[in-house]
Design a protein around this ligand. Structure first.
Ligand code: ADP
Length: 159
């Protein structure tokens, strides 16, 4: 049984993340989407909001679970007995930092390996930062995030 952790900020979750979650859920037995609690990035959405939007948008995948964590990702993976980390690669620019993270994690715990999924072309440009930027000007993000997330973004920026 292969259990995998897909860590990230998910601020907010995008179609790019969901594409990775869906594809990973077909390859491994269980995917734990792990939302980082202690985010120095000062997130737009609270942890509870991010949990809610991920639960809502991954409902259709029975082997996907949502959890939160702080501290090192390898410690979280160990605590849930997962030996695989899932990460997405959008462009060459992601490669350097992702390789560094994967090698650090592997040196911290040699039992843990990282599995990379290359992004589907239609989502290659997508990031949570881009979504927040576009939504903050009141522009349409319906091709970037699910309707429920779009609604939450609209509420945030209406204030
Ligand atoms: P972090 O703050 O850890 O980078 P993110 O929520 O931004 O967290 O991303 C989590 C993971 O999802 C990362 O591996 C990132 O490369 C991947 N990811 C983000 N956007 C996309 C996308 N559009 N397509 C594929 N993977 C993506």
């Amino acid at each position: 049984m292969i259990k995998a952790v897909y860590p990230g900020s998910f601020d907010p979750v995008t179609y790019g993340h969901l594409d990775i979650i869906k594809r990973a859920s077909k390859v491994v037995d269980e995917v734990i989407v792990a939302i980082l609690k202690n985010n120095s990035k000062n997130p737009l959405f609270t942890l509870e909001e991010r949990v809610h939007m991920l639960e809502d948008t991954t409902e259709e995948f029975p082997n996907v679970k949502i959890q939160t964590f702080d501290g090192l990702t390898v410690d979280f993976a160990r605590s849930v007995e997962a030996k695989v980390m899932i990460r997405g690669l959008r462009a060459v620019s992601d490669f350097e930092s992702e390789m560094q993270i994967a090698q650090t994690n592997h040196s911290l715990d040699p039992d843990i390996d990282t599995m990379f999924f290359t992004t589907s072309l239609e989502y290659a440009f997508l990031s949570s930062t881009i979504v927040r930027e576009v939504a903050s000007y009141g522009s349409d993000v319906s091709n970037m995030v699910p309707a429920a997330v779009e609604k939450m973004l609209r509420k945030k920026y209406a204030r």
